[in-house]
Write a protein that binds this ligand. Structure first.
Ligand code: BDR
Ligand code: CA
Length: 307
């Protein structure tokens, strides 16, 4: 019998989030118990509405809980330039029903779902880490029943928000620091692999034939500015799902990761100590490279399964 891995997705949809969520919801090996929302790509109200729109469109009844309105310390600087003003520009979603939206705050819903789970839970944050940092700080007892945090965020080499900093970490660096310091097992789908997780024009052309999720993706991709339509659209957040479902796509290094909070030029960058300069024990499995061609095949196959 197939054993499903229970997961909670923490997200800020986001066009690449939309695809990652679809892949997780339609893959029989994952059991999405809860989706929590966090301010990131656009405001909390918009990302929550987008999550409800996705679930209604997919016909999936997963509970949703709203999380943090802003990063722990700084203001929210969103990514509407990449995802459009709504955060999911380009597709005409049917109006969702509100019934899936819980009254509980995201961190209370996460605590409940984690502690009630007979099997240790995997958290999959694909937005800023504000909710996860709050959860681990307010309710440290949940750590006992967390199998792993599999995140999209950070980078080994360069940034996409600052010179060195990746968007999800740079948006709430203090939260990211809390998470990396937490002692919970962590896996990181970095910007480095996201930049190579490309959907090329010939892949996009195949999407409409793959069913309604493929048609949705085809429309959203006309507006997505994460990369370019011609040289490849970057499926950052799907890399976290690929790590769960197809880890052989990645080259992985187990190493120490910290978050720069003080640097005047580098605040919000992850310091990935591949050479052991800092003499710290490893706290993360870091995806340092990806087989881009194999990812493209995996991505199209996965979207094709979204029926
Ligand atoms: C991350 O930033 C967001 O815009 C994407 O959704 C992804 O989670 C990539 O840096
Ligand atoms: Ca995201």
């Amino acid at each position: 019998m197939l054993t499903q891995r229970p997961i909670i997705i923490d997200t800020d949809p986001g066009i690449d989030d939309a695809l990652a969520i679809a892949i997780a919801l339609f893959d029989a090996r994952l059991d999405v118990k809860l989706i929590t929302t966090v301010a990131g790509n656009v405001s909390l109200e918009k990302v929550t509405y987008n999550t409800l729109r996705l679930l209604h469109f997919f016909g999936k009844d997963v509970p949703v809980a709203k999380g943090a309105y802003k990063p722990l310390i700084g203001p929210l600087v969103d990514a509407s330039d990449i995802h459009g003003p709504s955060g999911m520009e380009g597709f005409d979603f049917p109006e969702p029903k509100q019934k899936l939206l819980l009254e509980e705050h995201a961190i209370n819903a996460m605590r409940r779902v984690i502690l009630e789970s007979p099997e240790p839970m995997t958290l999959v944050p694909i937005g800023p880490l504000t909710n996860i940092a709050l959860l681990l700080s307010v309710y440290p007892e949940v750590k006992e029943n967390i199998r792993e945090i599999v995140m999209m965020g950070g980078s080994v080499t360069r940034g996409n928000k600052g010179v060195m900093s990746e968007f999800n970490i740079a948006t709430d660096p203090e939260a990211a620091k809390v998470v990396f310091d937490s002692g919970v097992p962590i896996a990181v789908a970095t910007l480095d692999v996201g930049l190579k997780a490309l959907v090329m024009p010939e892949d996009t052309a195949q999407l409409p034939a793959l069913g309604k999720v493929g048609q949705m993706a085809h429309c959203l991709f006309q507006k997505y500015r994460g990369g370019s339509f011609r040289t490849g659209l970057k499926m950052y957040d799907s890399c976290a799902m690929a790590y769960l479902l197809c880890p052989e796509l990645f080259q992985i290094a187990e190493t120490f990761v910290d978050v720069e909070l003080a640097g005047s030029l580098t605040k919000g960058c992850t310091v990935v100590d591949l050479k052991g300069y800092l003499h710290q024990p490893a706290n993360a499995k870091v995806c340092v490279d990806i087989d881009g061609e194999a990812f493209r095949k995996w991505f199209l196959k996965s979207v094709g399964q979204c029926v």
